[in-house]
Design a protein around this ligand. Sequence first.
Ligand code: PLP
Length: 391
Amino acid sequence: MDSEEVIELEKKFIMQTYTRQPIVLSHGKGATVWDIDGNSYIDCFAGVAVNSIGHAHPKVALAICHQAQRLIHSSNIYYTREQAELAKLLTGISPHDRVFFANSGAEANEGAIKLARKFTGKSEIIAAENSFHGRTLATVTATGQKKYSEPFRPLPEGFKHVPYGDLGAMADAIGDDTAAIILEPVQGEGGVIVPPEGYLRDVGELARQNDVLLILDEVQTGFGRTGAMFASELFDVRPDITTVAKAMGGGYPIGAVLADERVASAFKPGDHGSTFGGNPLGCAAAIATIEVLLDEKLPERAARMGSYFMARLRQVLQGCDSVRDIRGVGLMIGIELDGDCSRVVDEARKMGVLINCTAGNVIRLVPPLVIKKEEIDAAVDVLGQVIAEVQ
Ligand code: PLP
């Protein structure tokens, strides 16, 4: 099948929920991907911040292969070695001591919301405006962007939104029925919004003073993306619950709710579950992925490469009138333009660089953490040229 045939079949048989780029990807290595026509691309999108350890990492490929030959699925009615080992690893690298396994970010957030309500016996969840927490009914309602939830009314009750970064508004929003606050440490889909200095730490303090739980949605920021294993370390905040997914399985779909024992013990047998959550294949992929992250010191690398990437962007884009801001943490970088950035995405792709436009006018760069300096240089050159041309 050539690329035209693939695209034709997609248009005919798949629900049209995505605005896709017109290329058909075939394989990848590190931060490079190839399409089926043989064109190569520097991948600054990484499958929406998923392929952090690089495409087709041999250790993850091997772990998946070995596991697939032994036991792909078992259900949670039985124990598996892989699940126990992964849970131990996750509690070792995160601030938490209990794990619930899910399959995606939205599902992890659903689990966190249920856990917070069960633990506190209260219902209200405070989230931030402009946030993104997933596509299930509860998580689109938590998401602070109406375009994701309005068409799907009626929505679940008990969600409230406050401006991101405004501690006073958060304090005012907390009431007698507040169970939890849910925040992204850096808003991703919302346009790579880095919170003001001290905000997350102060929200953590506020939550503690009011007996409200703090859920950090680290689905996008987790596993080294921001230059620390979890962004909570970077921002000096101690969440009660952390949700993770995306980069966790090296590309294999797996997510988790991580919580403190005190909170986690509210879940009793039968309270929550998932057929596939934490299946041996996903766990084997995630164990190998976390080992790669630790062995190759990828969070530290993300911090170094992120600084380099941002400095190079500032250098090259300094004369561009259309560039309003360049911001980010680690390898989670946003270039805010003064208008729509979809043409920049198209032109960059034609020149061999994959990027994404979020919030309408923000170019989001979330490359694999293994991206090389030369690849950053090449991507920056293309972006400089394309942004200047489009402007
Ligand atoms: N939370 C955040 C912060 C995200 O960025 C996303 C996805 O982009 C999600 C949750 C939802 O994750 P998933 O698409 O795996 O359900």
